[in-house]
Structures are given as structure tokens and as C-alpha cells.
Design a protein around this ligand. Structure first.
Ligand code: OSB
Ligand code: MG
Length: 387
């Protein structure tokens, strides 16, 4: 189907208002092929809440990126399940919904809980796009058929083990390597990786592990021609980040600190960062993700798509989002096999030798659920039906 036949809309409007008949929240358990360690902790198994929405015989799927413990953000599996069951889902089942934006507007009076809200917006976007026969990329005005990708590599036991990981991923074509850093695992690690990987795009992510007292220490990273240093300071700080950015040649990219389009505009205006990554879960859904994308574009700042170790459903949404024009830097969108021995979708995501991932062209996310496998790994399930 040619996109010209359908006017592209920034936030998809359903052909007719949708009355959801049910929303299911399903917990699945997945084990990473290799434990992933950041400055805030180590993950080897994830329990992932998936959202399935049904209306008029069409279904849509979303994924919630909250973790067991509030280490990346305040949200947890527990808070997500509570707020979905007691606030968000009842609000959506109570009325017809005309667009993804309408979903966002219906949930807006509930403060915070962005990851839980995003799971609902994702499922609705998939459902609405499928019912129109559009891919999500088409529906939101995506302009790329392939998106450039990188890989985020966790803290290892030894520098040699990390360098081995770096070289293995470079050989697979990844366009950018990102290293997790923390005090005690930073300058010497970056120096060793830079020696082994002298030319390529390299960045670091501290996940809030430093304070302004580390300014002189962090200035040593300026020697390695890094693409960026991601989230060096506290998640709720804009002012110290601006002071640090003034002291560094390397661009700061904010992740945890950016919760909405207004915050993105403020951070860029204050000089708290020069780059921003977008995670649909962190900002609460497509509506706000598009807002952050546009705010950055207005400011002349390119964006890239962050990741939260998603399974194939969340990954498919990330790929669709990253097809928007201002996503010109490689995203943390790696191949399914970098995370999972078996993904929950029938055709796992692959990275081509040129370091890109193809944007699915089928309706909605363009991926199909592997239902047999999903049933095997399901550890919890709750179905909510319209009143
Ligand atoms: O800060 O970008 C981050 C994973 C979990 C939580 C936070 C982050 C990450 C990653 C991995 O860096 C990105 C991915 O490959 O999904
Ligand atoms: Mg990050």
C-alpha cells in the first residue's frame, strides 16, 4: 500500500472512535543471553509487563519498561500494575478513544507513571495503525526505511573482556559503541577501548553516577573524542549539568532527566546538555516522544532512540519511532539476539552488516507475536473488560 493513499498524521487518528473491549496485562519472564551491568545494578532476568488491547477483532500490543526495583526511575513492576489496574485502564475502558493523542489526554490527569502510560499508548498505536492498514512508521510520518543502530555494552569483570565485546560488536556492523561507566570504571576503560577502536563512534553512559565534584576527573574523557557522555549527574538536576557542560568539550546527552517536551526545551535552553535521547517509556508514550523529537529539532539538536532491554514488542515500537527525521544518531536498538536466545516475535530483529535495522512495513508494529512461546514464558495475567 502506498503511503500517498493515506495522509500521514503525526498522532494517528482512528477511522472512527475506538471502543476497547478489553485490555490485558501479561507478565512474561525472559533471561538475557549475558547479564547487563550499569552503575545502578546488574540485570540477568527481566519480568516484562506486556499490554494487549482488543477492539472490533483487532489487537494491539505494547510493552512496559519498568523494572523490579526503582533504580533507573521511580517506577517499578508493582507501581505499574497498581496504576494500570486502579486508574489508567478503567479510564480508557470508560470512553471511546479517537486517537493516540486522545489516549494521552485521557491519562494526563494522573501524574507521573509514564512507563505504565506508555505501555497503553503503544498498544493503542499498534491497534489503531493495524485497523487502518498503516505501519506505525507511516502513521507518525517516519522518513527512514532503515535506522542506524549502536550497541550499549555493560560493565564487565575486566577491561579485556569488555574490549572483546567491543570488537565482536564492531565486527557485526554496529555503527556506535556505548560503554557503561561509573567511578572506578571510566577513564582507563575508555582509554583501552579507544586504543582497540580508534576511529569509530564511541560514547559513555554514567546513569547518574557522578557529581559536580567529579568535574576535573570527567574532563579527562575529553581526550577520547567521544560522541557524548550520557547522564553523568543526578536525574533531577538541570543546573549542575549546565555547569558541567560548560566545563566539558564533550557533548552531554540527557536520558533520565528528560521526562517531557517542555523539559527537553528547558535543558537545551539552559545548556544542561547538547543532545537528548528519547525513550518512549521514560516520556510516557508516543505523543510526548514526538513532542521531544520536535523540541530538539527546533533547537537544532539531533536525537537518538534509547533502549531499556526491550523484547521484540517494545523494540518494534522503538524502530518505528526512530524512523522519524531527527533521529540522525545511531540508537540503542540492537539485534534481538544481543538480548534474547529467543524473542517473543516470529521474525527477530537483525542488524545488517551496514549497522542498520530495517523498519517493518506491515500494519502496526509490523511484527507478529510468537504466541506459543509467549504462553510458555507467561508468569502472570490479568484481563480487564469494558463495563
Ligand atoms: O541508560 O540507556 C540506559 C538499559 C537499561 C536501563 C537504562 C539504560 C539501558 C541501556 C541499554 O543502556 C540499552 C538497550 O540496549 O536496550
Ligand atoms: Mg542512558
Amino acid at each position: 500500500m502506498s503511503s500517498a493513499a493515506f495522509p500521514l498524521t503525526r498522532t494517528l487518528t482512528a477511522a472512527a472512535p475506538v471502543r476497547l473491549s478489553s485490555i490485558e496485562v501479561r507478565l512474561v519472564s525472559l533471561t538475557l543471553v549475558r547479564p547487563f551491568e550499569t552503575s545502578f545494578g546488574r540485570t540477568d532476568t527481566r519480568t516484562v509487563p506486556l499490554v494487549r488491547m482488543v477492539a472490533d477483532g483487532v489487537e494491539g500490543w505494547g510493552e512496559i519498561v519498568a523494572d523490579q526495583e526503582p533504580l533507573y526511575s521511580e517506577e517499578t513492576l508493582g507501581t505499574a500494575q497498581h496504576v494500570l489496574a486502579d486508574c489508567l485502564i478503567p479510564a480508557l475502558l470508560a470512553r471511546p478513544l479517537s486517537s493516540v493523542e486522545d489516549v494521552a489526554a485521557t491519562l494526563r490527569r494522573f501524574k507521573g507513571h509514564r512507563m505504565a502510560k506508555a505501555g497503553l499508548e503503544l498498544a493503542f498505536m499498534d491497534l489503531a495503525a493495524r485497523s487502518r492498514g498503516l505501519s506505525i512508521s507511516q502513521a507518525i510520518g517516519g522518513t527512514r526505511d532503515h535506522v542506524p543502530v549502536g550497541v550499549s555494552l555493560g560493565i564487565e569483570k575486566t577491561i579485556d573482556a569488555l574490549v572483546e565485546q567491543v570488537l565482536a560488536h564492531v565486527a557485526q556492523g554496529y555503527q556506535r559503541i556505548k560503554l557503561k561507566i561509573k567511578p572506578g570504571w571510566d577513564v582507563e576503560v575508555v582509554r583501552a577501548v579507544r586504543e582497540a577502536y580508534p576511529q569509530g563512534l564511541l560514547s559513555v553512559d554514567a546513569n547518574t553516577a557522578y557529581t559536580l565534584a567529579h568535574t576535573e576527573h570527567l574532563r579527562q574523557l575529553d581526550a577520547f573524542d567521544l560522541l557524548m557522555i550520557e547522564q553523568p549527574l543526578a536525574h533531577d538536576d538541570m543546573v549542575d549539568h549546565a555547569a558541567l557542560q560548560r566545563a566539558l568539550r564533550t557533548d552531554i546527552c540527557l536520558d533520565e532527566s528528560i521526562l517531557h517536551a517542555r523539559g527537553a526545551a528547558h535543558a537545551l535552553a539552559l545548556g544542561s546538555c547538547r543532545l537528548i535521547n528519547i525513550k518512549i517509556g521514560r516520556v510516557g508514550g508516543y505523543t510526548e516522544a514526538l513532542g521531544v523529537h520536535d523540541a530538539c529539532q527546533t533547537h537544532g539538536a539531533p536525537v537518538w532512540c534509547g533502549g531499556m532491554l526491550e523484547c521484540g514488542i517494545g523494540r518494534a515500537h522503538n524502530v518505528a519511532l526512530a524512523s522519524l527525521p531527527n533521529f540522525s544518531l545511531p540508537g540503542d536498538i540492537s539485534a534481538s539476539k544481543r538480548y534474547w536466545a529467543r524473542d517473543v516475535i516470529t521474525t527477530p530483529f537483525e542488524v545488517a552488516p551496514d549497522g542498520t535495522v530495517a523498519v517493518p512495513t506491515g500494519p502496526g508494529t509490523g511484527v507478529e507475536i510468537d504466541h506459543a512461546f509467549l504462553d510458555e514464558i507467561t508468569v502472570g495475567r490479568r484481563v480487564f473488560t469494558a463495563p
